[in-house]
Every structure is written in structure tokens, then in C-alpha cells.
Design a protein around this ligand. Structure first.
Ligand code: SF4
Ligand code: SF4
Length: 98
């Protein structure tokens, strides 16, 4: 996954699993409360559904989850590459967490 965004500055060359919010499209109402709660501006409402538009700068601290009245956001380890100084990452080697 190579989600891009204007704030991206440093891109890694390897894929790692990053702890990221995933929005349930069937549950999200597009209210925008999670967008307002995200200080790094990683989220946006696109076509009435919240979307993680800038995974690169997501700090993985889950502030968006606490604001969602629909319980539509859950965190998952998602493979992507980027600046590993931002947010929570982990390396998976041969199916084992390192
Ligand atoms: S975890 Fe934090 S930085 Fe990432 S989308 Fe949610 S509020 Fe924004
Ligand atoms: S707070 Fe929840 S329901 Fe509202 S836009 Fe975000 S994910 Fe959707």
C-alpha cells in the first residue's frame, strides 16, 4: 500500500506493517468527527465516507476512534512503506513478528 499525501517527505524502500485505522464503509455516516480529531490531517471525508488519505503521517495513537459515534473505525496492521519514524510499525519475517 502506497497511500500518498502532500505531507509525505521520506519514503522507505521496504514494506512494513503499520498500525492504522480502517473505516467500515457500511457503518460510517460521513459525519466528519474523526477528521476533526486528527491533528496530522490524515483523514478526509470522500464521497460521504471517511478515508485515511495520508497514512504516511498517521501517528497510530487512535484519537479518531474515540470520536466515532458509530464505532466504524478499527485499527489493523496494514502493509505499507513510508517514514518509520511516524506511528507504530512492526516487521513481519516469514510470518513471525520480529
Ligand atoms: S490514529 Fe491518529 S493520526 Fe492516525 S488517523 Fe487516527 S487520529 Fe489521525
Ligand atoms: S467519526 Fe465515524 S461515522 Fe463519522 S466520518 Fe468518521 S468514521 Fe465515519
Amino acid at each position: 500500500m502506497d497511500w500518498n499525501c502532500e505531507a509525505s517527505t521520506t519514503w522507505g524502500t521496504s514494506y512494513f506493517n503499520k498500525w492504522l485505522p480502517v473505516i467500515d464503509e457500511e457503518v460510517c455516516t460521513g459525519c466528519g468527527l474523526c477528521v476533526a480529531a486528527c491533528s496530522p490531517n490524515c483523514l478526509d471525508v470522500v464521497n460521504g465516507i471517511a478515508m485515511l488519505t495520508c497514512a504516511q503521517t498517521c501517528g497510530s495513537e487512535e484519537h479518531c476512534i474515540g470520536e466515532c459515534p458509530e464505532d466504524a473505525i478499527h485499527m489493523q496492521w496494514i502493509p505499507m512503506k513510508g517514514d518509520t519514524n511516524v506511528g507504530q510499525w512492526r516487521i513481519v519475517v516469514q510470518g513471525l513478528d520480529a
